[in-house]
Ligand binder design. Structure first.
Ligand code: DQA
Length: 147
């Protein structure tokens, strides 16, 4: 079974971007961490884009290929109704979609307190650094146990 781990804008800069907020590890380190956590039965397909359209197309792909999604929408979280609509296609299809954040947006700027994604997500995990993704992986693989 494959899990899509989709990351939005500026997350390709992890490691150098605001390390006090997001930590010193980069996206490759996240991929390695999740692959180790996933074990042999689960394939981690981790991607990042700064492009809203590309992120939307990946969510369409999740629907067409019936893949569960771990989504860090980054700043799109706070305003992209197009991304919300695409994410809703995933959960309406009966597939898990977990919204994750490295930081806790509720403890930061007020514009980060709103998520237009959360209302259609299966669940939300925020504030645990890269462990937010690992906890989401646990949740997703439990909802879709490998047979
Ligand atoms: C983020 C939080 C967002 O507010 C921010 O725009 C990001 C990263 C996080 O993982 O903590 O780019 O989604």
């Amino acid at each position: 079974r494959t899990v899509l781990v989709l990351n939005g804008p500026n997350l390709g800069r992890l490691g150098s971007r605001e390390p006090d907020v997001y930590g010193a590890a980069d996206l490759d380190a996240l991929r390695t961490y999740l692959m180790d956590a996933a074990g042999d039965d689960v394939t981690i397909d981790l991607r990042q884009t700064d492009d809203e359209a590309e992120l939307i197309h990946w969510l369409h792909e999740a629907v067409d290929s019936a893949l569960p999604v771990i989504l860090n929408p980054a700043a799109f979280t706070h305003y992209s109704y197009a991304l919300r609509d695409a994410a809703a296609l995933v959960t309406k299809a009966g597939l898990a979609l977990v919204e994750v954040h490295i930081s806790n947006p509720h403890a930061r700027d007020s514009f980060r307190h709103t998520s237009v994604i959360s209302g259609i997500a299966t669940g939300v995990i925020a504030g645990f650094g890269f462990d937010s993704y690992r906890l989401a992986l646990d949740a997703v693989t439990r909802a879709h146990p490998a047979s």
